[in-house]
Design a protein around this ligand. Structure first.
Ligand SMILES: C[S@@+](CC[C@H](N)C(=O)[O-])C[C@H]1O[C@@H](n2cnc3c(N)ncnc32)[C@H](O)[C@@H]1O
Length: 230
């Protein structure tokens, strides 16, 4: 897949494309493993069972960054399938390299704006869970409109979730954490079993962004909500 292929039609984006130099191994990973593990953006719904070759539940991660947590979770949970979405090329190539080298078969990657992927490629009521670990906090007030977790986005996630599915969002930015709690809690189709912030799930590895936040003395804010079953 080409370096320039990522795009978005949206005016206010939740990301800025950082330029990073790829290591040789990452360049090679794009050539070697894209065919098997990378899905191009398409205006066409994905058939998960056909894609993964099994009917296991599918968890979607949005903005996986350097991908180490994604890789660890996918390795630990072979009973689940993972669709990992990220626009940042260096992290994307890094995760692809790990996945390709380990021949992990329960994960696929998409390098595109997650909002467009969800809208165009994901069937309603089909996703078992969403992981959104440390979405860009956009701390300046004039940038708050770029934050990913806002009511229309949560409506989109909720529409794509199966009954019994969950959304797990984590941030190290207190005020964004409160916004996430409010927005997820404010959706009438979702319930928050903890009522407030959740306790960290013991299966969630520390992410690279989290490590930096903790080093700066930030506390971690975890939000877990569910779409009740029938
Ligand atoms: C602050 S980083 C956190 C990365 C990682 N989850 C971690 O905890 O280390 C947020 C990531 O989300 C990605 N991102 C933001 N908006 C996105 C979108 N609409 N679609 C796909 N990726 C997005 C950014 O490129 C960035 O790598």
């Amino acid at each position: 897949m080409g370096k320039e292929e990522v795009s978005s039609k949206r005016d206010v984006k939740s990301f800025v494309l950082r330029q990073g130099r790829l290591k040789k191994s990452q360049e090679e990973a794009l050539t070697l493993y894209s065919k098997e593990y990378v899905l191009p953006f398409k205006e066409e719904k994905i058939d998960f069972e056909e894609l993964f070759g099994n009917p296991n539940p599918v968890v979607i991660e949005i903005g996986f960054g350097m991908g180490s947590a994604t890789f660890q979770i996918a390795q630990a949970r072979r009973d689940l399938n993972f669709l990992a979405i990220e626009v940042f090329l260096t992290g994307f190539a890094k995760l692809l390299n790990w996945v390709g080298q380990s021949e992990l078969n329960n994960i696929r990657l998409i390098r595109f704006d997650a909002v467009e992927v969800l809208t165009s490629m994901i069937e309603d009521n089909s996703v078992a869970g969403f992981h959104i670990f440390f979405p860009d906090p956009w701390p300046k007030k004039r940038h708050h409109k770029r934050r990913l977790i806002q009511p229309p986005f949560v409506e989109l996630l909720t529409k794509k979730l199966k009954s019994g599915g969950y959304i797990y969002a984590v941030t190290d930015w207190q005020e964004y954490g409160e916004q996430i709690l409010e927005v997820l809690g404010g959706n009438s189709q979702l319930v928050n079993p903890s009522k407030g912030f959740a306790v960290r799930k013991n299966w969630r590895p520390v992410t690279s962004f989290e490590r930096k936040g903790v080093a700066q003395g930030h506390q971690i804010w975890e939000v877990w909500v569910e779409k009740p079953g029938d």
